[in-house]
Design a protein around this ligand. Structure first.
Ligand code: ADP
Ligand code: MG
Length: 679
């Protein structure tokens, strides 16, 4: 007896299915398909509308269509040293007299002579064309159908699934397998969602969902199936996040910060400006978290220039006043350096000794900082991911801050957390705003404070995408502004230009600018320079010893030189929307009116759209939403960054409403269970 019938279940190996021999089984394995259940989850990329099935006389030329006909005659021609040509002449299926025949042609498929037998009924799908008086189809898809059978088959007369495939397996073969699997096995599915819950949420049952995700009766049914399966997927995701959250929330009374609010207040007063409401609220949120016994996990989200650093500084003061050390991790050396300068200036007067640690610190410097951290003499370590290396030991770490956290993977964040013997408070800063529902999912185990406004007295940055002909004018404008005391960034996509590259390199542009602006001082910055050199270049720029800084995206995040009010971006097409916004965030940080000029010769429509959006949209939140819409969530939030299970069907950017529903359900799992219908 057929073993499938004997004890079929969803873990049944595909090798027991009809039509799967050893060779095909290997190919399926390569696609990650081993069991019937895997096939259920092998979702079509799209569906092709292959209905209705027409008569030959009803064909519209130029479109892909299905026709049903009958084989009148056929012939195979082999050209010497050339292709073989197989032709079939089809008449109307009902043999209507006087109707015109259809000629179907295939190259190099001589075996078709054994498939298309005279008088057999067939369905073809392809583009119908008129050549002279002949109606023809070249290389149509085909199916021979039993006499008297209807025109709706697995492949034709329906919305036909198109699967993501390798070369070795045809759509037809996989479609056949999927059809058999879904048809014969879906009765074995257990629905993880009871009927009342389904009714309440307006979701279909699992059997319907799997059948219609593969072979939908209508587009509407497909959408309903999609909703159900995406819900299941998001539900699992949310459960995972909530479990992660519970794991994190191990209490430790010794972590509770009990004193020091007064000092934080004094620190804030010493700043020389007043906090924006968002900053003040974020600090209140943080202090209240840190007074608790559950380790804080808070994300401060604020557009570039919103002033996240002082918020972190206030938290660092608080932890120091409670006898703990702090760690501040930044994604690049340039940024870490700058934070070191800023934070030491702010915190040393409060009696907090700061140490700097990066890959390229000298051995003596490293030794000194490591010893200081181990003994507790150094109260705050600022650095790159050098901070999470094995050799770093803290005496009593209380607060870890990660700046521009989207630049780090979860593993790096976790490693920093492990630096402490006990749990630590955790503060993440990010300028990459994401829609709230999405944030709740990706950072569902984080609390979020949003700094919505920019400090007062900041003029907005005016952005212009400039035609190449206007370059001289822009240079002139820059010269004038620099003459008035401003500074400028020039951003290039590359360090060195290879001969094949048409994009501008910093080294070339640096030479150009040094020539074009002989009276201004220029600086050059890129990632391949030695740390000491980088540090010197940044310092010179910050101290206004240079006027124009020509740089790669190493200055993308966080760099803060309020006097810089001009930015010129070369080959702007090379940068993504979010990245452009980060870059632009380097200017408009002081009271001076700021200008960002983009140069791009690229005329590609997608690029043009991106640059136009960028030109018109000053708000980081809006940019993020448009970016998300334009690129999809997957690309923006790489798996590496959020560390969540991979999604097979749902799209975090597009399916926000389902995500929200799943999040609510997962938080109150009254009826839903967590098992997947197939595992
Ligand atoms: P980001 O949020 O991009 O990290 P920063 O923390 O680097 O922003 O702050 C940008 C600049 O704004 C810094 O020079 C900082 O001193 C200044 N700043 C921060 N908060 C305020 C405020 N409330 N008023 C005026 N200036 C501020
Ligand atoms: Mg910053």
């Amino acid at each position: 007896m057929d073993p499938v019938e004997l004890q079929a279940n969803l873990r049944t190996s595909l090798r027991y299915l009809k039509g799967v021999g050893p060779e095909r089984y290997r190919i399926l394995n390569r696609l990650g398909l081993e069991t019937v259940g895997d096939l259920f989850y092998f979702f079509p990329r799209r569906h092709e509308n292959r209905s209705p099935v027409k008569r030959i006389s009803e064909l519209d030329f130029g479109d892909k269509e299905c026709i049903r006909g009958r084989v009148m005659s056929r012939g195979l021609v082999r050209l010497r040293n050339g292709p073989s040509i197989f032709r079939v002449v089809l008449s109307e299926a009902d043999g209507a007299r006087g109707a015109r025949p259809l000629f179907a042609t295939w190259f190099n498929q001589p075996y078709l002579a054994k498939v298309f037998l005279p008088k057999s009924a067939v369905i073809l799908y392809g583009k119908a064309e008129k050549k002279g008086r002949e109606i023809q189809m070249i290389h149509p898809e085909y199916e021979i159908i039993p006499e008297g059978a209807g025109s709706k088959t697995i492949h034709f007369g329906r919305l036909a699934p198109i699967y993501p495939l390798t070369e070795d397996l045809s759509q037809k073969a996989i479609r056949q397998l999927a059809f058999g699997a879904v048809g014969n096995f879906s009765a074995l599915l257990k629905d993880s969602l009871p009927a009342p819950a389904r009714r309440r949420l307006g979701l279909k049952d699992t059997v319907f969902a799997f059948q219609n995700i593969h072979f939908p009766e209508s587009e509407e049914d497909y959408r309903a199936a999609y909703r159900r399966l995406v819900f299941d997927e998001f539900f699992r995701l949310e459960r995972f996040i909530q479990a992660r959250r519970r794991m994190w929330q191990k209490e430790d009374p010794l972590l509770s910060h009990r004193t020091g609010e007064e000092e934080v207040g004094k620190f804030v007063e010493s700043l020389g400006f007043s906090l924006t409401p968002g900053q003040a609220q974020a600090i209140r949120d943080i202090l209240s978290d840190m007074k608790g016994t559950v380790p804080m996990r808070r994300l401060v989200q604020g557009d570039v220039g919103s002033g996240k650093t002082v918020v972190a500084a206030a938290a660092l003061v608080f932890t120091a006043m409670n006898g703990f050390q702090g760690a501040f991790m930044a994604p690049t050396e340039v940024l870490a350096q700058q934070h070191f300068m800023t934070l030491s200036a702010l915190l040393e007067p409060m009696g907090i000794t700061c140490g700097y640690l990066a890959q390229h610190s000298t051995p003596e410097e490293k030794r000194r900082v490591l010893d200081g951290l181990a003994s507790g003499e150094i109260g705050l370590a600022i650095g790159t991911h050098a901070l999470i290396q094995e050799s770093v030991r803290f005496k009593k770490l209380g607060l870890a801050v990660v700046d521009e956290q989207h630049k780090f993977g979860v593993f790096q964040r976790a490693a920093l957390k492990k630096k402490a013997e006990r749990p630590v408070h955790f503060l993440l800063l990010t300028a990459t705003p994401i829609p709230r529902t999405l944030a709740l999912t990706l950072y569902g185990d984080l609390e979020i404070s949003v700094i919505a406004e920019r400090p007062v007295g900041r003029a907005a940055v005016q952005t212009f995408w400039v035609a190449e002909e206007k370059r001289r004018e822009i240079y002139h404008f820059m010269e004038t502004a620099i003459g008035q005391g401003r500074q400028a960034y020039v951003i290039c996509p590359l360090i060195e230009g290879g001969s094949e590259s048409r994009a501008k390199s910093v080294t070339r542009v640096f030479e150009e600018f040094s020539r074009i602006f002989p009276l201004q001082k220029t600086g050059l910055l890129h990632g391949r320079m030695k740390s000491d050199d980088k540090r010197k270049v940044m310092k010179d720029f910050k101290e206004r010893k240079t006027d124009i800084l020509i740089s790669t995206v190493v200055i993308e995040v966080g760099v803060d030189v309020p006097n810089a009010a001009l930015m010129l971006i070369e080959n702007a097409e090379r940068f993504g929307l979010a990245q452009l916004h980060q870059l632009r965030g380097r200017i408009g940080r002081g009271a001076h009116e700021s200008f960002c000029f983009l140069f791009s010769q690229n005329t590609n429509e997608e690029t043009a759209e991106r640059l136009r959006v960028f030109e018109e949209t000053p708000s980081g939140f809006e940019i993020a939403e448009k970016d998300l819409a334009m690129r999809g969530a997957g690309q923006i939030l790489g798996r590496k960054q959020h560390g969540l299970p991979e999604l097979r069907i749902g799209d975090l950017a597009k399916d926000l409403d389902i995500l929200e529903m799943a999040r609510r359900e997962a938080a109150h799992p009254a009826e839903a269970k967590k098992e997947a219908p197939v595992s």
